[in-house]
Design a protein around this ligand. Structure first.
Ligand code: GLA
Length: 414
């Protein structure tokens, strides 16, 4: 659209409407053209303006999937809303309440999707979420069926986007699932673009979250089709073998190399936080929270938050760690060293500071260190431990520590 506006310069107008056209007709055509140009510029401006303010920092919130799977009910969502609003999570930045798969019922004759019995009134649910100062997210698929076998949006993208907008939806996770049955392998971006257009046509700002498991390198084309975030990997938990730590580290360490593709309005998404779910201890919880924050990843808790322990909640709501994730520069961190099971990751953050994570995926405590010269500091620096919430003092050349088994030491230096 923007290119159309750019191409219609004065010379083009004259050559199109010049010789052989009566002045009155010329005037009418010029008026029509003026309207078209104006509308095009306004629309292009809107499309352009909509994105940076949506997901300017990695989106944060809660998602039903790992908490309730396909048994999720309206009551579960409302309970989560109440918990978020009162347990410090909302105050720490968790904002979206996202209903994942399995809410769908049938389509009516006009093609409008309805929710199933477990969700008696979606509009009212949206209102409930908004009334607590939170935002409402929903889930569908570009295919005929979702991964859980519920009705997808294929062929009804426009109707569905309108329905979501009418329910007050603020976020859409769009999950590939069965779409391979109806689209060719080279049509993945096209399938996602369809829904993007449908969303734009509603006029409602809706964060657009792609989920195609990183199969077709969505970081390359996601921004072009209006995506605000895209999953880079398969699910972080399969909830079958409960090898949660190993799986999580596999996903996390695999993010190195993608840092060039993240930034304000468009983020790499390595899937949900597992804190509170079966399979991770507190050191492992801190590891996920630290790693996701260094990666500038979307922070979505996906557990039954009404059952979080104080210690788990403290990890999810550590504001100094969240500030690393939410830093306005939006730079995704990268690995700077790996020695056996010890890895060091860094993320530049505002005001000349750097967050440094020292990770130990070994089976016993191990020493780890970071050399400040290697990350661009030639002067002594102040070091703060973000989990201990303690200033550690001024250090000259580097910082060395011992990292617990499966744990992390997360520091901020300046
Ligand atoms: C896929 C996605 C998950 C979840 C389920 C729902 O597996 O990767 O995040 O949305 O579908 O069925």
């Amino acid at each position: 659209m923007r290119s159309i506006a750019r191409e219609v310069n004065e010379d083009n107008v004259m050559s199109i409407f010049g010789v052989g056209i009566r002045p009155s007709i010329r005037l009418t055509w010029i008026s029509v053209l003026a309207v078209i140009i104006f509308t095009t510029i306004v629309q292009a401006g809107n499309a352009h303006a909509q994105r940076p303010e949506l997901a300017a920092t990695p989106p944060m919130g809660w998602n039903t999937w790992y908490a309730f799977g396909c048994h999720v009910t309206e009551t579960d969502v409302k309970n989560a809303v109440d918990a978020l609003a009162s347990n410090g999570m909302k105050a720490s930045g968790y904002e979206y309440v996202n209903l994942d798969d399995c809410w769908q019922g049938k389509r009516d004759k006009e093609g409008h999707i309805h929710s199933n019995d477990r969700f008696p009134d979606m509009k009212a649910l949206g209102k409930y979420i908004h009334s607590r100062g939170l935002k409402f997210g929903i889930y569908s698929s570009p295919g005929p069926e979702t991964c859980g076998g519920f009705t997808g949006s294929y062929g009804y993208e426009k109707e569905d986007a309108e329905t979501y907008a009418g329910w007050g939806v603020d976020f859409l996770k769009y999950d590939w699932c069965s779409a391979g049955k109806v689209y060719k392998p080279n049509q993945v971006d096209l399938a996602y673009e369809k829904m993007h257009q449908a969303i734009l046509e509603t006029g409602r700002p809706i964060v657009y979250s792609l989920c195609e498991y990183g199969m077709d390198a969505p970081w390359l084309w996601g921004p072009k089709i209006g995506a605000n975030l895209w999953r880079t990997t398969d699910d972080v938990s399969n909830r079958i073998d409960f090898q949660e730590y190993a799986r999580m580290m596999f996903v996390a360490f695999g993010q190195d190399g993608l840092q060039g593709y993240a930034g304000p309005g468009h983020w790499n998404d390595p899937d949900f936080l597992q804190i509170g779910n079966r399979g991770l201890d507190l050191d492992e919880d801190k590891t996920q929270m630290s790693m996701w924050s260094l990666l500038a990843a979307p922070l979505f808790s996906s557990t039954d938050i009404t059952k979080l322990t104080e210690a788990q909640l403290a990890i999810l709501t550590n504001r100094e760690v969240i500030a690393v994730d939410q830093d306005p520069k939006g730079i995704q961190g990268r690995r700077i060293s790996q020695i056996g099971p010890v890895q060091v990751w860094v993320k530049p953050i505002s005001r000349g500071r750097t967050a440094v994570g020292l990770f130990n995926s070994g089976e016993s405590p191990l020493p780890a260190s970071v050399n400040f010269h290697e990350i661009g500091y030639s002067h002594p620096v102040h070091v703060r431990d973000l989990w201990a919430k303690k200033d550690l003092g001024v250090f000259k050349n580097g910082y060395s520590t011992t990292v617990p088994k499966h744990g992390v030491v997360l520091i901020e230096i300046q």
